[in-house]
Design a protein around this ligand. Sequence first.
Ligand code: URA
Length: 201
Amino acid sequence: MDESTHRREQMGELSSVIRECRKCPLWKDTHNAVPGEGNPAAKLVFIGEAPGRQEDLTGRPFVGRAGSLLERLLAGIGLTRSDVFIANIVKHRPPENRDPRESEIEICTPYLDQQIRLIEPEIIVTLGRHSTRYILSRVPIEFEKITDIRGKVFPVTFAGRKVRIIPTFHPAAALYNPAYRADLEEDFRTIRDELTVTEPR
Ligand code: URA
């Protein structure tokens, strides 16, 4: 079996485990878990917060309005969803889209870590403060506000591998406050430029 088939199979198995997960109570009020989707050998991984209503109904990440904006931002740098991998720190939708709790993040994120280890991305883009806080705390890098660090490139060792982390706003923030849209577009140009930098894999 070639490496890409093997990776795809392992990702499929991990997604099945996530769909059956009952480790925290979040699953009780949901229709589907949302493991994540895309290219399991992607150079670029996007990490959001938690599924919303549309994601819960479909079992797919970022398919609502924030997802449409994410797709437009990707198109702006010449990419589609299938070029990248898109996941969340929490795999079931919190009730009424409340913020995920620390305990839920702690229980759920080993799945995200496994996904990242499997994909071996070169770049991880964290969307919004929850995923940024989780990923940077693992490095660890502290920050006060996402506005202080967005669009910066943090070369770090994550799960034993070199990876660059680029935090940016959550696309939903730009839906509420269109002033963030230009910042998001600027950060996506940074992502595009970073993709052309070749780091040893
Ligand atoms: N917001 C997120 O953070 N993730 C999704 O999958 C959808 C909306």
